[in-house]
Design a protein around this ligand. Structure first.
Ligand SMILES: Nc1nc2c(ncn2[C@@H]2O[C@H](COP(=O)(O)OP(=O)(O)OP(=O)(O)O)[C@@H](O)[C@H]2O)c(=O)[nH]1
Ligand SMILES: [Mg+2]
Length: 428
């Protein structure tokens, strides 16, 4: 957990809007999530405003009268932060600052970036978040955000400094962005070197909305020790573990950063290297929360993010997690009919994990190939290493030739065929 003891908790108001696509129930869900984000970032939410809107007010997003009412209440209650669930343009933020200069006005994107910044632990995650945050801030630099050090603070920083520093800050930020990009390129290169050694392995990536239990599942399946918390974006890095499903089915399983509605584009772009494992996976385990009221919406979000990174064509397995919470209730039955293709599990209670792994094996088998390869006996080192990589169905050892019938992941079988002498052939 983040130690925020040295910063007094900031009081915050949340603002959501109802319009033709968003009903009051959905707004409540969205604001619940926004509140979870705000609390994670170290704020205390003391009020919510839900406003109907037919059209967006270009100056304040909501009507000016309502904007003033919120600000007056915020002043009266000592609120330092107003958080919009909808995206505000840089000029809308500036207009709020003209109305009040000692209360910060941010949107969901700004808040998500702030949570990421607080949770980043590794150098890679820190660099990625910093890049995304600076790109977000650049068009939004105002007297509220002036002075580089302070704007890097997000929640916990003060509003209302002078305006003269802005141009200097812009230049500093641009230089800094260029440096961060170079740093990330270096980190990506290192990853590529590590990745080459694993190229042929069958890869399964756990993906999904944040807080659905991805890391709990990873820990349950592999004995990894990834911190698990009832908190949004507890995980920002990728962890990879080898998992032997049986003698002939070995996979590399990965757990990584979760997704959320309106995940900032700058974040998705700068987390490219973290999400690489997802891009290179053969199967995606898409984890959903059985007790959520917005499963469809969360699945839709996950699909959109996957599409935006180019991973939409991967074989998916829907994993309905946390069934222990809804056990024996009619909800479970209705979910089963709504998502007939899903595997229903409880990662926490290790329930039905075998069913999930059976599904993985089924899909692996579909992509497996059988081939016969032959080698000169003098290449005994290569021959014996084949036994470690794939299943050997049959072997014939002659004085001048060793023939093996092998079965495994198509990438591995192809590579072994390439090493073998002429005459190797595929059987299926
Ligand atoms: N009841 C129940 N709770 C679960 C289950 N799986 C995970 N949880 C809880 O859900 C919360 C989130 O779990 P994590 O494993 O951290 O979820 P995550 O998807 O990795 O979350 P982020 O990394 O923050 O995106 C924790 O409080 C877990 O204990 C489950 O099967 N049943
Ligand atoms: Mg996690």
């Amino acid at each position: 957990m983040i130690d925020r003891n040295n910063t007094p908790t900031e009081k915050a108001f949340l603002v959501g809007t109802i319009h033709h696509e968003i009903t009051e129930t959905i707004v409540t869900e969205h604001l619940d999530e926004l509140e979870q984000l705000a609390v994670t970032a170290g704020a205390e939410v003391i009020g919510r405003f839900v406003q109907k809107r037919d059209r967006i007010n270009p100056r304040y997003f909501i009507g000016k009268g309502k904007a003033e009412e919120i600000i007056n209440q915020a002043k009266a209650l000592g609120v330092q932060l107003i958080i919009f669930d909808d995206e505000l343009s840089p000029s809308q933020v500036r207009n709020y600052l003209k109305l009040v200069n000692n209360i910060k006005v941010i949107d969901r994107t700004g808040l998500i970036l702030d949570v990421f910044r607080q949770h980043a632990r590794t150098q890679e995650a820190k660099t990625q978040v910093e890049l995304a945050q600076l790109q977000y801030l650049l068009p939004r630099l105002t007297r509220m955000w002036t002075h580089l050090e302070r704007q890097m603070g997000g929640i916990g920083t003060r509003a209302g400094a002078g305006e003269t520093q802005i141009e200097v800050d812009r230049r500093l930020i641009r230089d800094h962005i260029a440096r961060l990009r170079r740093d990330l390129k270096k980190i990506e290169k290192q990853r590529e070197v590590q990745g080459k050694q694993r190229r042929d392995e069958f890869r399964v990536a756990i993906v999904g909305y944040t807080n659905t239990g991805k890391s709990t599942l990873m820990n349950a399946l592999t004995g990894a020790d990834i911190p698990v918390q009832d908190q949004l974006f507890a995980t920002l890095d990728t962890t990879i573990r080898v998992l032997n499903l049986d003698n002939n089915h070995k996979i590399l399983l990965s757990d990584s950063v979760g997704f959320i509605r309106k995940l900032p584009h700058t974040l998705v772009a700068s987390f490219r290297s973290t999400l690489k494992e997802v891009l290179e996976a053969d199967i995606l385990l898409i984890v959903l929360e059985a007790d959520s009221l917005v499963i469809d919406e969360q699945l839709q979000t996950v699909r959109e993010v996957l599409m935006s990174i180019g991973a939409e064509d991967k074989e998916p397995i829907l994993v309905m997690n946390k069934i222990d919470i809804i056990e024996d209730s009619p909800v479970l039955q209705s979910l089963k009919s709504r998502y007939p293709e899903a595997v229903f599990i409880s990662a926490l209670n290790h329930l039905r994990l075998d069913k999930l792994l059976e599904r993985v094996v089924e899909i692996m088998d579909r992509s497996y190939r059988t081939a016969t390869v032959s080698f000169d006996p003098s290449r005994w080192k290569e021959i014996s290493s084949i036994y470690d990589q794939v299943e050997v169905l049959d072997s014939v050892y002659d004085a001048d030739r060793v023939s093996l019938t092998i079965r495994g992941h198509h990438a591995q079988v192809s590579r072994i065929r390439a090493l073998s002498e002429n005459g190797s052939k595929y059987e299926n």
